[in-house]
Design a protein around this ligand. Structure first.
Ligand SMILES: [Fe+2]
Length: 159
């Protein structure tokens, strides 16, 4: 995931270090001691903001990673998330984090977004909160990953 971030960051210019930081920290909210709401993007972003005074754009990326707003909606937390951590307007940066997250397995192997979504559905079940979220988010995930792949494909390759 982080190596992935380094690769993608080459097309991001000034956003590069921000992407690598977000790719490294986006799931920090899964740490049991940080679980307050039990919604890891929000718990992680609050931790980075409140305990580390992290960069505002970094915490907004973490809070919104991989269409977290849609899962927040399933959990009744959308208003809280939007109010505290508005989505960044830098589409390529937001997409790049989706790409890093959704083309890497939980073990850190490369995968496709289609396989990743299928794995999440299988792991959580379609009737769960995460299952409902991922089915709603899947079309958006595929579009975002496609945009990043298009950007990467358009890059001239160095020798
Ligand atoms: Fe996550």
């Amino acid at each position: 995931m982080v190596e992935h971030g380094v690769e993608v960051s080459q097309v991001l210019g000034k956003g590069a270090s921000l992407l690598v930081a977000a790719a490294t920290l986006h799931d920090v909210g899964y740490a049991p001691r940080l679980a307050v709401t039990g919604f890891h993007p929000l718990d992680g972003a609050r931790f980075l903001r409140d305990e580390h005074g992290a960069d505002e754009r970094l915490v907004r990326l973490v809070a919104n990673h991989s269409f977290a707003l849609l899962e927040a909606e399933e959990r009744g937390l959308r208003e809280a998330l939007e109010a505290e951590f508005p989505l960044l307007e830098d589409q390529l940066l937001v997409d790049a984090l989706v790409y890093c997250d959704m083309t890497t397995t939980p073990d850190g192997e490369r995968t496709t977004a289609g396989e990743r979504v299928a794995e999440i559905r299988g792991r959580y079940g379609d009737d769960s909160v995460v299952g409902r979220f991922i089915r709603r988010a899947a079309p958006e995930i595929f579009v975002a990953v496609g945009r990043v792949e298009g950007t990467l494909a358009a890059q001239p390759r160095g020798g």
